[in-house]
Design a protein around this ligand. Structure first.
Ligand SMILES: C[S@@+](CC[C@H](N)C(=O)[O-])C[C@H]1O[C@@H](n2cnc3c(N)ncnc32)[C@H](O)[C@@H]1O
Length: 311
């Protein structure tokens, strides 16, 4: 069977904002099926390099095959993008010209891999992007305290019925473990009114997925690290798919683009610090109607980009 690749989102915009230097070094922190990476490599000379990270071994295998024609120009790392600094040191790369983060799950993970990400399928409650880690969706749903579950649904899913759903889950699992996404769906369905169902299911699943994969904390960490690894003029481009992620990116960019006043002592005048980033997207770039029609999964995408500036 031929592999149907994940359709990369906002490709032209990603390439434009990365402002590819043909001999540069770029990091794709979320390689997936390698669609964006392929476009980046096509813009580079034979001296350019792309280092691609993915925590998902299956995704990495697909990308390795797809990008094999670029030979030594493509380097693959089976690890979390939060470890970017360690790998750059290992590869003796001092600074990079660009970092791309295309957050969330790939179509492959949602549709083909039977990994329990979708509430439209009945699969084992897994939701791990990294098959090597021990915490999975099953453990969250079957072992977390009721209050912890409610917090996850509220904080990471922004679900209004968070407490009610958590209560139903805890009652249900007293009878038997909740092993599959189908069982979880039925449990949510018994807790809340039908008219909220699709949105609530999406939010509950999002909450569990964020918890399992530590998604928001990982994003905060890599954003901070990007300042240490980007060269002067280097670009960071982030594609996010829900408001929690987008808010983290927006606030981080804004905070680092400002001249901040150092918290000094009362005796010394406060010293203004110089901005570390220049924001390139006042408003996030979003897909147009044509792209959304061709690829409905692109509809919630928001692209934010910034440039590292140094004195
Ligand atoms: C939306 S897909 C990327 C698709 C890719 N841009 C393409 O064109 O095919 C996101 C990928 O990032 C990976 N991922 C998510 N969080 C990660 C992390 N913290 N570190 C490394 N990879 C991560 C997922 O396993 C998934 O394969």
């Amino acid at each position: 069977m031929t592999h149907v690749y994940h359709t990369p989102v906002l490709v032209d915009e990603v390439i434009d904002f990365l402002h590819i230097q043909p001999d540069g070094v770029y990091v794709d922190g979320t390689l997936g099926d390698g669609g964006h990476a392929e476009n980046i490599l096509e813009k580079m000379s034979s001296n350019g390099k792309l280092i691609g990270f993915d925590v998902d071994a299956e995704a990495l295998n697909v990308a390795m095959k797809r990008l094999a024609r670029f030979g030594h120009q493509a380097v693959f790392v089976h690890d979390n993008y939060v470890n970017i600094d360690k790998y750059l040191e290992k590869f003796a790369v001092r600074r990079i010209n660009g970092l791309l983060l295309d957050l969330g799950v790939s179509s492959h993970q949602l549709d083909e891999a039977a990994r329990g990400f979708s509430f439209q399928k009945d699969e084992r409650l897994d939701m791990r992007m990294n098959q090597k880690q021990s915490l999975d969706g099953w453990a969250v749903v079957n072992t977390y305290q009721q209050e912890q579950l409610a917090d996850i649904f509220w904080k990471y899913g922004e679900e209004h019925h968070a407490r009610k759903v958590a209560k139903h889950i805890v009652e249900e699992r007293k009878r038997h473990p909740i092993d599959t996404t189908g069982q979880l769906v039925r449990c949510v369905e018994s807790a809340i009114p039908k008219r909220f169902m699709q949105k609530s299911l999406a939010r509950i699943f999002q909450g569990i997925r964020i918890e399992v994969n530590n998604e928001l904390e990982n994003l905060r960490t890599v954003l901070k690290k990007s300042l240490e690894v980007l060269a002067n003029g280097g670009r960071i481009v982030v594609l996010s798919y829900h408001s929690l992620e987008d808010r983290i990116v927006k606030d981080f960019f804004r905070g680092k683009a400002r001249s901040t006043i150092a918290a000094g002592s009362n005796l010394l005048p406060d010293q203004p610090t110089t901005p570390m980033l220049r924001i390139l997207t006042k408003k996030p770039a979003t897909p147009n109607a044509k792209e959304i029609k061709q690829n409905p999964r692109a509809r919630s995408a928001k692209l934010r980009a910034a440039e590292r500036v140094m004195e």
